[in-house]
Ligand binder design. Structure first.
Ligand SMILES: [Zn+2]
Length: 447
């Protein structure tokens, strides 16, 4: 506890240093809330910067660029025109999204943050939130008196108490339970509201599902012929729709400083359907009808993802500082086969902020640069034990000075802000755990 208090003190000192000198634009308070009048926000006055972060698991320019060139993905395309964008170089092991996202959220390597896998032990128990040994963005923000909304992020069950709302990654599971899992969301008082947002895969209608299949496709017939594939589509989309509904419903709860909306579906849909897209008619050795039926699912899922992104963006002012990023890209089937080897090293990163040039292309950044860059966008100092850099290309003149200033004022470490354990002991439900293992197996993530 003493270490924690000291870290908070160090953080506050760093914030004062950040606010007090250099590069400031006069209006910013640099994170100190003491002059904000009892926490009440006065938009006419200086405010601490806020940030929207949209995480799209496995989004890849190789897929997005051609769709944008066709005039599709209008929201992502319009966003990109107002953002600095580039490629995001992930690191190995690429196949482990929980590990990659935990590195994005903590700025440290897996050996330090502790989230290294999907499951542990021969019993393949799903790795839970207690694995995090390093503070995530929401913990650092919380120590600075700033709030976070985060939903659906990997390895966040049981949800832990944060300054804000955390909706864990277990929302899609345990639908048949009478009572929601303890730890589904914090604060716990939101459990009923969150569960009410859940979408039942079986309730999705043929009319709704038709948008992912070729025009005029007979969805009921497709479901009779390829039940597993259509079920996969139902499960994946229902999970994303549930999280979108949660975000829709809870966004008014509070004016969050950091709002993290994450979609896992783009990755899962790619695992299930990318091979139909990647393999040409002539090289397809299976059922030609099946190939024709599912060939467009991935692209059409990105059309839906783009709509979801457009909706989330519409909840914020048009110039609200925003990052859109993935954790890795998606290559498709390789000679080694399908499954996790299909991931690619290059994901996407876009940042819209007065600190970065609209429309600039910055080349690339590394995955571990994301956390320091996000902290800088929030006017918070990164720590010296974060190995990444604050993105320093594609900046405006003002951004260059400000970001360099923040980069120079790193704090020593945030590791003492180790995440607090929740009050509720994680509830173990064997059925839910088996449901998760089944899903991880179907993606090829575990054996
Ligand atoms: Zn994947």
């Amino acid at each position: 506890m003493a270490a924690r208090t000291m870290t908070v003190a160090t953080l506050l000192a760093a914030l004062i240093a950040l606010a007090g000198c250099g590069g400031g634009d006069g209006g910013r308070t640099g994170g100190s809330r003491s002059d904000e009048g009892g926490g009440e926000r006065d938009t006419g006055r200086a405010a601490t910067p806020r940030l929207l972060f949209i995480g799209l698991d496995s989004a890849d320019w190789r897929l997005l660029d051609p769709l944008m060139a066709e005039g599709r993905l209008p929201h992502l395309k319009a966003f990109r025109a107002r953002a600095a964008s580039g490629r995001m170089q992930s690191f190995y092991p690429l196949e482990k999204s929980p590990l990659l996202w935990a590195s994005i959220c903590t700025g440290v390597e897996p050996g330090v943050h502790g989230v290294t896998d999907f499951v542990r032990g021969s019993a393949q128990k799903p790795v839970t939130g207690s694995a995090w040994h390093a503070p995530a963005l929401w913990d650092i923000l919380g120590a600075a008196g700033r709030s976070t909304f985060v939903s659906g992020m990997w390895t966040t069950f049981p949800a832990r108490p944060i300054d804000g709302i955390m909706v864990s990654d277990y929302l899609p599971y345990g639908r048949e339970r009478e009572k929601p899992l303890a730890g589904l969301v914090t604060p716990d008082s939101l459990a009923a509201a969150v569960v009410a947002c859940r979408v039942d895969p079986a309730g999705l209608t043929a009319e709704q599902l038709a948008r992912f299949l070729p025009a005029g496709a007979d969805v009921a017939d497709a479901e009779r012929r390829w039940p597993q594939q259509v079920q996969k589509l139902r499960d994946i989309w229902a999970a994303d729709l549930g999280y979108l509904e949660v975000a829709r419903r809870l966004r008014q709860a509070r004016d969050f400083d950091f709002y993290l909306f994450y979609l896992r579906g783009p990755d899962m849909i790619s695992h299930g359907f990318y091979h139909y897209l990647a393999i040409a008619d002539a090289d397809w050795h299976g059922d030609a009808d099946e190939h024709a039926m599912f060939r467009e699912v991935v692209q059409r899922y990105y059309d839906w993802t783009d709509e979801a992104v457009g909706e989330v963006l519409s909840w914020f002012p048009p110039d609200h500082p925003t990052v859109i990023a993935s954790d890795h890209g998606f290559y498709g089937p390789r000679a080694e086969g399908k499954g996790t080897v299909e991931h690619s090293e290059w994901g996407i990163f876009m940042v819209r902020s007065p600190l970065y040039e609209a429309g600039a292309s910055f080349g690339h950044l590394k995955l571990l640069d994301i956390c320091p860059t996000v902290l800088a966008l929030l006017d918070l100092p990164p720590a010296r034990d974060m190995t990444g850099a604050v993105l320093a290309t594609g900046t405006t003149a003002r951004g260059r000075d400000r970001l360099a200033h923040i980069e120079e004022h790193r704090v020593e470490s945030y590791l003492a802000l180790r995440p607090a354990a929740g009050d509720a002991a994680p509830e173990v439900d064997d059925k839910v755990e088996e449901e998760i293992r089944r899903q991880l197996r179907s993606l090829g993530y575990i054996k």
